[in-house]
Design a protein around this ligand. Structure first.
Ligand SMILES: Nc1ncnc2c1ncn2[C@@H]1O[C@H](COP(=O)(O)OP(=O)(O)O)[C@@H](O)[C@H]1O
Ligand SMILES: [Mg+2]
Length: 354
């Protein structure tokens, strides 16, 4: 017998096959609604979580849905009964962002994607955060698994029921986090219980995702230790602001890894944004916002130029020589030349169809 649930307004919903399983719940197909899936909790959500989901479903809008798999309707075992899950848009054909920023995965899965693709994904990640922040909500548990990316470079955030949601002044907290995405000022806490997250905390995770995308999947605090006590754990290096690519990284006791993409690949203004995001000023509350990242990344996207050696070598025009060629001379090959051609259009570089 297929399982049947009911929405808050009484529509019967038949539950189909399981598509994915998480810590809190599983996600199922909804045969009658090709565009939606149902997330059902392993354990009955408590009254607070039910109120959060009802609020989320009642405030869904098009801007959120462009970037987030946001709850659209709550699901109940019987009409008027407790919330047992919810319906949200189905996200298909998208990969977790780490499969895009990992050079090995990208070369395998998206061999024709050059740096312009990564820039666009970074820009769209910032736009997704911006949509959420402009509604007064905070992602909280930023990590490499809840940002999904498609070949169109579009980004969709999943696991939205874990976000920190501001329900007209009542804040539903996000009480989990991944340590290597946790900002310096929150490192070392025994738990996130009772902690109200801010957009500035999210903006650390956002800058980290953008850094991963633009700099070959590297973590900004992972480098060459220059003294003892440095480089023991990523968490302790984050806490001490040991940003390995900083201009003053020597005094932080760390240097960038060999053969890594140099920070000079981005214009000085963006280098400064990364510096603020990863060092003391940012921790004090002034990290670049998601909106500022959108603007800055769009500006770089508009200033790319091709290299004569390979159509896959696209780089910003403040550089006199191709950084990808320079890296290849050190045997660091980020983009393989498959003979594809990128052509410049009014909307940037696009892959010429064979
Ligand atoms: N909107 C969606 N469309 C399709 N699959 C989804 C969607 N949301 C989640 N999933 C799949 O279900 C899995 C678990 O979802 P998630 O919300 O992360 O669960 P949990 O919060 O319980 O850990 C995800 O890893 C993904 O594979
Ligand atoms: Mg969750």
């Amino acid at each position: 017998m297929p399982k049947t649930l009911v929405t808050a307004n009484g529509t019967l919903i038949q539950i189909g096959r399981e598509l994915g399983k998480g810590g809190e719940g599983s996600v199922f197909e909804v045969p009658a609604r090709a565009e939606q899936v149902a997330k059902l909790y392993h354990r009955q959500p408590d009254a607070k979580k039910q109120a959060k989901l009802s609020f989320m479903a009642s405030t869904v809008d098009q801007q959120l849905l462009s970037y987030v798999a946001w709850p659209q309707e709550t699901l109940h075992s019987a009409r008027g009964g407790p919330v047992v899950g919810f319906l949200m848009p189905k996200v298909m054909g998208r990969d977790p962002v780490h499969m895009v920023y990992s050079p090995a995965h990208r070369r395998q899965e998206r061999p024709k994607a050059a740096w312009n693709f990564l820039l666009f994904v970074a820009r769209n990640t910032a736009a997704a955060f911006s949509a959420l922040h402009s509604h007064g909500h905070v992602l909280g548990d930023v990590n490499q698994g809840n940002v999904l990316v498609g070949s169109d470079s579009k980004v969709v955030l999943i696991d939205s029921d874990s976000f920190q949601v501001n329900a007209q002044g009542i804040v539903h907290l996000c009480e989990v986090g991944v340590s290597h995405f946790t900002p310096p000022e929150l490192q070392g806490l025994s738990s996130f219980d009772g902690l109200t997250r801010t957009a500035n905390h999210d903006n650390f995770g956002l800058a980290l995702l953008i850094f991963h995308l633009l700099f070959g999947g590297r973590h900004p605090y992972s480098g060459v230790p220059l003294r003892s006590g440095v480089g023991d754990t990523l968490e302790s290096d984050i806490k001490a602001h040991r940003y390995a690519y900083a201009r003053d990284s020597q005094s932080r006791g760390i240097g960038p890894p060999p053969r890594s993409i140099p920070l000079s690949i981005v214009p000085v203004a963006m280098e400064t944004m990364f510096h603020h995001a990863f060092t003391e000023n940012g921790a004090a509350g002034s990290r670049p916002t998601s909106e500022q990242w959108v603007t800055a990344l769009d500006a770089v996207r508009g200033r790319l130029k091709p290299c004569g050696a390979s159509s896959m070598h696209l780089y910003p025009d403040h550089l006199a020589t191709c950084p990808w060629c320079a890296l290849e001379q050190q045997d660091a090959i980020y983009f393989i030349d498959l003979g594809v051609t990128y052509t410049k259009t009014t909307s940037g570089f696009v892959l010429a169809q064979a």
